[in-house]
Design a protein around this ligand. Structure first.
Ligand code: ATP
Length: 607
């Protein structure tokens, strides 16, 4: 090695390697994305991130990472020649060359440290950008068109979507980078160090045959045999690592549910059932861990044996040439090092088998998640047209997922100020009818016209309270406005005691009683002023006096609102002009409500 020209030579080497690498990498990615399942999965998940029409930055970052990876290979090559020079100087007891080598080392080491730090920063920054994009993309798909709700109806249900969005995305981006750059590093190192090894190795006589440059062939044969064994031993790890993720997520979900339903479980003293459910899920994890350990023992055992043999193997082969003074100590040490590098590079593919197994499992989980969302979006639903200040149902038929008829050919026409109470025995389909109207239920035929989602409010029996302040919960699903009148609304809903706590951040669904939560939901009606409101037993936890006051409050504040309620109590009758009775098996009856107090000022009943 001519150290005077090392800088120029290295720059030329890196430039050439960079151009060749970029061309080869692009071709390989295109071929994989076309012809392999996981290549297609990769494309489906993240092609758009790299599209230059969206942004040129990701490809530029990636090019920077390729450059730094090649830079690191070049540094290894330089270090290898440096060690040859050093050992040769020691062997010759040449102090002058030794001190020159020390100076060269300090330059190489400085460049190496700076490169390593820049490399770390660039890789991490790239991973963050990639993860942000992918997470936003998956969250958006999950929340669009109510996919998060509709996926429960598709055949390929997804377990633990939360884990897929949080953990699998992170694993996917970091493994993609680690594996792809690992491949590049290994292939380029393989070429560089095979070349060095070629220069250092001599002929070897075996079984009477003289093999020239034997060392190079031997290292390849050695690793090839080791790889064949490793693939056989390691294959089951792929399925096991998929199951590990699934079992862990299932266990975590069960734990989260105990926290979520803490009070109900505590009232029932349900600890025994919970304990056995948790133990059963945890035993799946443990069983899987043992299976992984037993497989890994064989796998790692093989890897350890292979890498230990590789330490002495090149020394044994070169020893006769060293002792017959054909090569220097420096050559001997560089051979060992180059052999190690070639062996490491080739072994990358073998050792990465485990990582690749995990990577494929992650891709299966992420694309399974997309499959489920796509299938959910294909599900049918009622035809909903948005029209202001009206609620019309035309020939609506609602069934259960098992095709049992709940409501058949229903027709309704409710103008402003109209009010309808839906009644029927438990399980007859009242809530499902409202789901159909909201567009959530796929097993529906017919047409619906109603105001758009901004002017339509559905209040379930148990209101959903988001994390955050009480003010946020009161405005949900709208964002908090300034000067919002929240205190006034709380007062009207007989929740004055909560006014001082409006901006307290707490888990309000655990603090407020169900009746208070239901009144908070009535507060939402007052704040968001919808044109139509659907109340599904939304006052069931209030006493009759409070319920009466709340219905009166809605009517007084929003005289024009179309009100559709589901309820069992006869006391609700006075607020509703019409009654829809569901009888099951699709049968229903629509008629005027007896005892309705607003009869005089109500509009004429639609026929
Ligand atoms: N996701 C689902 N998958 C399968 N069946 C369902 C699903 N949701 C509801 N059902 C079934 O549809 C039928 C109607 O349920 P729905 O909740 O609409 O009844 P409901 O009249 O509102 O009852 P309640 O008065 O008890 O609230 C029930 O038999 C129920 O078991």
């Amino acid at each position: 090695m001519d150290w005077n020209n090392a800088l120029l030579e290295s720059l030329i080497w890196i430039s050439k390697a960079f151009i060749i690498s970029i061309i080869c990498l692009s071709l390989i990615v295109i071929i994989l994305a076309r012809f392999t399942i996981w290549g297609r999965q990769f494309r489906r998940l993240t092609w758009a991130f790299f599209s230059p029409t969206r942004s040129k930055k990701p490809l530029l970052w990636l090019a920077g990472i390729v450059f730094l990876t090649l830079f690191s290979v070049r540094m290894n090559v330089l270090f290898s020649f440096w060690s040859n020079g050093l050992y040769s100087a020691l062997q010759k007891l040449d102090a002058k060359v030794f001190w020159t080598m020390v100076i060269i080392f300090s330059i190489l080491a400085t460049v190496h440290v700076v490169r390593a730090l820049i490399n770390f920063y660039v890789r991490q920054a790239f991973l963050i950008h990639w993860r942000v994009w992918l997470t936003n993309n998956l969250v958006e798909r999950w929340l669009s068109n109510q996919a998060y709700h509709r996926t429960q109806f598709v055949a390929q249900k997804i377990d633990n979507p939360d884990q897929r969005i949080q953990q699998d995305v992170e694993g996917f981006v970091s493994s993609s980078l680690l594996l792809s750059m690992g491949v590049l590093d290994s292939v380029v190192s393989l070429f560089s160090f095979s070349f060095i090894l070629w220069g250092l190795s001599g002929a070897l006589g075996m079984f009477g045959v003289e093999i020239p440059r034997a060392m190079v062939f031997l290292v390849y044969i050695y690793v090839l045999i080791a790889t064949i064994f490793a693939v056989r031993v390691g294959r089951p790890l792929m399925r096991l690592s998929f199951m590990r993720e699934k079992f862990n997520a299932d266990f975590r979900y069960a734990l989260v549910r105990v926290r979520e339903y803490a009070e109900s479980i505590a009232f029932f003293r349900g600890e025994n059932v919970e304990r056995s459910a948790l133990a059963s899920r945890f035993s799946d994890i443990v069983g899987n861990m043992w299976a992984i350990i037993s497989r890994s023992l064989k796998f790692q055992g093989l890897n350890l044996v292979v890498s230990q043999i590789a330490v002495v193997f090149p020394l044994i082969i070169q020893a006769p040439r060293f002792f017959s003074k054909q090569i220097t100590l420096g050559d001997m040490m560089q051979t060992a090092q180059a052999f190690g590098q070639v062996q490491d590079s080739l072994s990358f593919f073998r050792n990465a088998y485990d990582d690749f197994a995990g990577y494929r499992a992650i891709m299966n989980r992420l694309t399974g998640y997309l499959d489920s969302i796509d299938a959910a979006l294909q599900l049918p639903g009622a035809q909903i047209g948005y029209q202001q200040n009206i609620f019309i149902v035309d020939g609506l038929t609602v069934k259960t997922p098992d095709q049992l008829m709940l409501v058949e050919n229903l027709n309704l026409n409710l103008p402003p100020m109209a009010s309808l109470l839906i009644r029927g025995r438990s399980g007859v389909g009242k809530t499902t009818l409202l789901r159909a109207v909201s567009g959530l239920w796929p097993y529906v035929e017919g047409n619906i016209a109603r105001p758009d989602p901004q002017h339509t409010l559905f209040l379930p029996q148990k209101p959903y309270l988001p994390l955050g302040t009480l003010r946020t919960a009161l405005h949900y699903p709208n964002l908090v406005r300034n000067d919002d009148g929240a205190s006034e609304v709380l007062r009207k809903c007989q929740l004055s005691h909560l006014i001082p706590r409006l901006d307290d951040d707490a888990d309000w669904s655990q603090i407020l009683s169900l009746g208070e939560q239901q009144r908070l939901a009535i507060g939402r009606v007052l704040l968001s002023r919808p044109q139509v409101v659907f109340l599904d037993e939304a006052s069931s936890a209030m006493d009759e006096g409070l319920e009466h006051a709340m219905y009166q409050l809605i009517r007084d504040t929003l005289p024009q609102v179309i009100m559709v309620s589901v309820g069992h109590r006869s006391s609700l009758a006075v607020f509703h002009a019409q009654e829809l009775m569901l009888f099951g098996a699709g049968k229903w009856r629509l008629g005027a409500m007896e005892g309705w107090i607003g009869a005089t000022e109500a509009p004429a009943l639609p026929v």
